[in-house]
Design a protein around this ligand. Sequence first.
Ligand code: GAP
Length: 487
Amino acid sequence: MSSKNTTMDKIVALCKRRGFIFQSSEIYGGIGGFWDYGPLGVELKRNVKDAWWRDMVSGHDDTTPPDGAPASYSMVGLDSSIIMHPQVWKASGHYDLFSDEFVDCKTCKARFRADHVQDSQCPRKPSKCPGEHADCELTEPREFNLMFKTYVGALINLDAEAYLRPETAQGIFVNFKNVLTTSRSKVPFGIAQIGKSFRNEITPRNFTFRSREFEQMEIEFFCSPDSSQDWYSYWRDKRVAWYVSLGLQSEKLQLREHGPDERAHYSCGTADIEYAFPFLEAGEFGELEGVSHRSDFDLRSHMEGKLIREGDELVVERNEHGQPVHPGSGKDLSYFDDSTQTKYVPHVIEPSAGADRTTLAFLCEAYDEDAIPDEKGVPQERVVLRLHPRLAPLKAAIFPLVKKDGQPEFAADLYRSLKKRWNVFYDEKGSIGKRYRRQDESGTPFCITVDHQTIEDGTVTVRDRDTTSQTRIKASDLEATLAENLG
Ligand code: GAP
C-alpha cells in the first residue's frame, strides 16, 4: 500500500538523515544558498550527470538520424574554465542585463525580489515583520547584478575584476571554432558541458531549487538558420522524453512554451520543462530546464559585440561616437557549409538543465511511504525512495543474516566481487528488517541476503525494493541477474 504524501520537510529530513544533502558550513550556522552533497547525494547527482552525458553525448550515434531528428549529427564535450575574460560577459549582455530588481522592507529590513512581492507589502508573516502590514513601506525597486565578482591576481583594482560564470554556455560559444576545427565536426553538431555556475540570487530558497552555487548541464546545438525550427522541436521533445525515461511521471512534468512577451529579445522560441515540486501550490510548476532557440545571437555577439534589438534586426549597441559599447572578439565565428557552398553564422538551440534541480525532482518523485509486514507479519511503516536503478546511489546491499556460521565470509566475498562492477554496500549490523528499511530509504533497488541455506546450497535471496518480494537464486547467477535488472 502506497500513500504518497510528499512534503518538502520530509524530503529535507530524509536528505539529512541518509546523507544526501547537508546545509553548507552547517557547524557555523550555515550560509544561505549553498549546499553540500553527502555520500549518497554525491552518487545520486553523479548518476544524474552521467545519465545525461551518456544519453546526450557519449552514447549518441553520430551516424544515423535519431527518431524525429532532421538529420544525423555529432555531439562532443567541453570543460571550460569558470572564470573567463571579463569581455565575455560584456559582449554576451550579462554585464549590463543579468540582474534582478529587489525591494527592501523599511520596517524589518528584509530583502525580496521585486517580482516576488504583491500589493507593495512586505511578504513576511506579521509575526516576522514587526510593522503592521498595512503600514509597511517598501523601497523603490533597484537593480542588482547577479554575477559574483572577484579579482584575478594580487592587485585589487578595476583591471583585475572578473566574474564567476553565471552559466556554462558562454564557455561553449567562445570555444566554438576551437571545437569545430579540432573535432572535425560539421554543422549540425552539439557541444555539451557540465559544470558549476554561480548566481548571487537575492532570495535563494526551496532547498537546492534556487541556490547561489549550482551545476548546469548545457548543450549548445549549432545548425543552419533554415533548419533551426525543426531542431528546436526535436530538442524540446527529446529532453522531455529523457526525464520520463528516468522516472519523472508525465502528469508532474510539463512542457510550457513561452509567449512572445516572456522570451528574451533574441529568442525565436523558448520552452520550459517544468516539474510540480512539492513546495509549490497545487497546479504550479517549477523550471527544470529551458530549451531555447537563440538564433545567431551568441556567436554574433562574440564576433561583433553586445547586440540589441532594433525592430526586426539585432544590431550592435553603439555609443554616441559610433563605437560598440561592448566590443566582441572581432574573430570570424561563421561557418562555411561545403555541401551548399554557403557561409552563415550558425543558429543555436540550447537545452539548458540544472543538475541540482533535476536531482531534487528525482528525489521528490521517488519519495514514497508505505507499510510492509515485518518478520512477525505486523505492518511497519517505511519510507522508500523508488529511484530509477540508473540513478540509485547504491545498486545493491549484501547482508549476512547472522554474524556467524560462515555467512559474513560468504557475503563479504559476494560484496567484493560485485563491487568491481557496481557501487554496492555491505552491512551486518542490526536486525534484517532495519537493514532493509535503511536501504529502502537510500533507494537501493536490491538487497541480497546470505543465510544458512546459502552455506548449504549456494543460493541467496534477492529482495526487490519496490515490491519487497524475495526470490532465491544461485549466488553464481547474481551478477547476471543484477545486470539484467539494473539496466
Ligand atoms: N544558458 C541558459 C541558462 O543559464 P537559465 O534558465 O538561467 O538558462 C538553466 O538556467 C537552468 O539552470 C535552469 O533551468 C535551472 O535548472 C538551473 N538554474 C538556474 N538558476 C539556478 C539556481 N539559482 N539554482 C539552481 N539551479 C539553477
